[in-house]
Design a protein around this ligand. Structure first.
Ligand code: 4AD
Ligand code: MG
Length: 453
């Protein structure tokens, strides 16, 4: 009988000690004296020390082991021994060694992981995805996506997938990728919101997880030009109810990830206990309150384009990264900033009648910045048209009101109060996993300077 195929995790759990097992994976570290080969084997579940000795392994196997190298793929059989000196406490004495795929001069070494090497690592992203760091981040991302879907499923939301080829530009401005669609001007979607709004009239509660695109030249730790946008829309819900849905979702996901990705979180430098503290309710500030709170604080706002130190934040200014960080100083949970000046926000938000709109941004703790933007939607077509005209003037972009006719129809036929929000998946994964840069929250990051590999 051939030995059972097992994962490295199960070997490290101690359940195969003394047994003969079959393993497969990639060589993480490799060293040989000519008489003995030390190879650390890696699979999706962990790393394990192996030794191949002439005599224990048959001759053909030993010859194969000598041809090993970093990132070569191998299959082997051997006997598991407990060994305190081995990392993880176990070692496999190899009897049969089979090289599946050779690997000559693998271009990435662990020592490459410093700032200078970032560009090289991004050029070699297709190979760097094998690193423990990125594998942990990708597992965390998978668990996060799963938790989103669990929550929506348990709360009566239907998943839907509107098109990302569109002729309207939801968030406005020039930050949109435009392309020629068989002779017609079209855009890559910035947000599925307007389409989700159409869907609530049949389904009442919907969500989607689709890519959104922003032609933003921002080179920051929290901007991508393509990101996975988790968006939800709810009929019969106002701004207050919308915020309650968001905080329940986010606290569920934080707790769930703390349970299902504990090992990855610890390896990435996030204490799962931090995430278990993310309970409802979250703090709420109005925009006005947030500005006066920030004006009382003393913190570094960085420098302007001319290199001058920025003064205190003024009413009417957007929150930059230093402002967001100062606002959540000492907080363990995200906070909401609601009721922003209408002029600062998109055309579709419900007016509070005092120059502000019924919206909220959710700001993550520890300086990870805005993770959600949401609002109650306006049901007043004339107000929205006015906002669109002003916005186009402000941004210096052309406006085709006809492109929004279908959207205004939603207000003409059985309109209801409704609200929704959009969450940046990579921003949330960055916060949960304590990742230095948003690019590590996605496998192939797209930024203004990079669309390769
Ligand atoms: O605040 P935003 O622009 O809001 C909307 O698009 C709404 N239409 C959403 C809705 O109500 N359905 O984007 C929502 C979220 C942000 O809070 C942020 O987390 C993320 O999307 N986001 C980005 N993530 C990465 N890179 C970028 N360039 C992002 N722009 C927005
Ligand atoms: Mg926003």
């Amino acid at each position: 009988m051939s030995p059972p195929l097992v994962s490295i995790r199960s070997v490290l759990s101690g359940q195969h000690t003394g047994q003969k097992v079959h393993l497969r994976g990639w060589i993480h570290r490799y060293r040989t004296s000519g008489k003995i080969v030390f190879a650390t084997l890696r699979d999706a579940t962990g790393t394990l020390q192996t030794t191949t000795k002439k005599g224990v392994a048959d001759d053909a196997s030993f010859e194969e082991a000598l041809k090993g190298s970093i990132e070569a793929s191998v299959e082997l059989t051997g006997t598991v021994k407990a060994d305190e000196r081995a990392p993880g406490g176990f070692e496999v004495g190899v009897e049969q060694f089979h090289l599946v795929g050779s690997s000559h001069d693998f271009p990435i070494y662990e020592s490459t992981v410093d700032a200078d090497a970032q560009e090289t690592l991004l050029d070699k992203r297709h190979l760097f995805l094998r690193s423990r760091h990125l594998a942990n981040a990708m597992i965390l991302r998978a668990k996060t996506l799963k938790a989103f879907r669990e929550w929506f499923d348990e709360h009566g939301f239907f998943e839907t997938t509107p098109s990302v080829i569109t002729t309207n530009n939801c968030e406005g401005g020039s930050e949109v990728f435009e392309f020629d669609y068989f002779g017609q001007k079209a855009f890559l979607s910035q947000s599925s919101q307007l389409y989700l709004e159409a869907l609530v009239f049949g389904l009442e509660r919907v969500y989607c997880l689709l890519p959104s695109f922003r032609a933003e030249k921002s080179r920051t730790r929290k901007h991508l030009t393509e990101f996975q946008h988790l968006e939800a829309e709810e009929a019969w819900v106002d701004n207050k109810g919308n915020m309650e849905i968001q905080e329940q979702l986010v606290s569920y996901v934080a707790r769930r990830v703390a349970d299902t990705a504990e090992e990855q979180l610890v390896a990435l430098g996030r204490e799962p206990a931090d995430l278990r503290k993310v309970t409802t309710p979250f703090k709420r500030h109005t925009y006005d309150e947030a500005i006066s709170l920030l004006r009382k604080k003393d913190y570094d706002r960085g420098r302007d384009a001319k290199g001058r130190r920025r003064g205190a934040i003024e009413w009417g200014e957007d929150l930059g990264a230093p402002d967001e960080a100062a606002l959540v100083e000492g907080e363990e949970k995200p906070v909401f900033v609601m009721n922003w000046p209408a002029d600062m926000k998109a055309f579709y938000m419900h007016s509070n009648g005092d120059g502000t709109v019924a919206n909220a941004d959710m700001i993550a703790p520890f300086g990870f910045g805005e993770i959600i933007g949401g609002s109650q939607r306006s049901t007043d077509v004339e107000w929205m048209k006015g906002r669109l005209v002003e916005q186009a003037k402000r941004d210096g972009t052309a406006l085709d009101l006809n492109a929004y006719e279908w959207y205004f129809d939603l207000r003409r036929y059985g309109s209801v109060p409704h609200a929704g929000f959009g969450l940046g998946t990579e921003r949330v994964v960055r916060w949960l996993g304590n990742l230095d840069h948003i690019r590590d929250a996605t496998p192939f990051p797209r930024t203004p300077s990079r669309a390769y590999p």
